[in-house]
Design a protein around this ligand. Structure first.
Ligand code: ZN
Length: 192
């Protein structure tokens, strides 16, 4: 790109589990890296499912990343970076909204990937606010495992009320609205 002016911007890639969010983040980051832009991915230290230093998506397509405890750390570590990626952003604090704005104002392209809703369908962490301030929002969808329609929510199969329960294929299933309602009714009747 040389001296070409690149304006800062915020892109959000959100959706349910198994919708390909991380894959889409990695695709954009790799393309920028190929164009010799300086890229760096940050992710919350809480997400230790596969590896501490790599963002690893479910199909093992990896790109190196830096684990962080707080959104403010990104400002300290991202000086001199052209494209900042943030994965699993729903687990970060609400300060992330201001951090993304500050980076974009500096001319940085920021790409945020995260779950839009938790397993109960409630908007998750800083993602809703990030969607509001983003220049571009991409909502990606999984496929409902019951009927093949576009999924709406990640239904939790194990009984645990903790909001943060890191996902494996066996613990969640993507469902459309209709199949999600049916699943909730079935669980309710089984409890009685
Ligand atoms: Zn369905």
């Amino acid at each position: 790109m040389g001296e070409t002016h690149r304006p800062g911007r915020i892109e959000v890639v959100c959706g349910s589990m198994f919708s390909g969010k991380t894959e889409e983040l990695i695709r954009r980051m790799k393309r920028a890296k190929f164009a010799r832009q300086k890229v760096e991915i940050f992710k919350p230290a809480i997400d230790t499912r596969y590896s501490d230093v790599d963002v690893v998506s479910h199909d093992q397509n990896t790109i190196q990343s830096t684990p962080i405890d707080s959104s403010s750390t990104i400002l300290l570590l991202a000086s001199d970076i052209d494209v900042v990626g943030i994965d699993e952003a729903q687990f970060l604090d609400n300060g992330l909204v201001d951090v993304c704005n500050q980076l974009a104002d500096r001319g940085v392209r920021v790409i945020v990937a995260g779950l839009d809703m938790d397993y109960k369908g409630v908007p998750f962490g800083p993602i809703p606010a990030l969607c509001a301030i983003a220049d571009e929002v991409t909502k990606v969808h999984a496929i409902c495992v019951k009927c093949g329609a576009l999924a709406y929510v990640s239904h939790r199969l194990v009984h645990n009320d903790k909001r943060v329960l890191l996902g494996e294929q066996t613990e969640y299933e993507p469902l459309c609205r209709e199949c999600y309602q049916k699943a909730l009714e079935k669980e309710k009747s089984e409890k009685q």
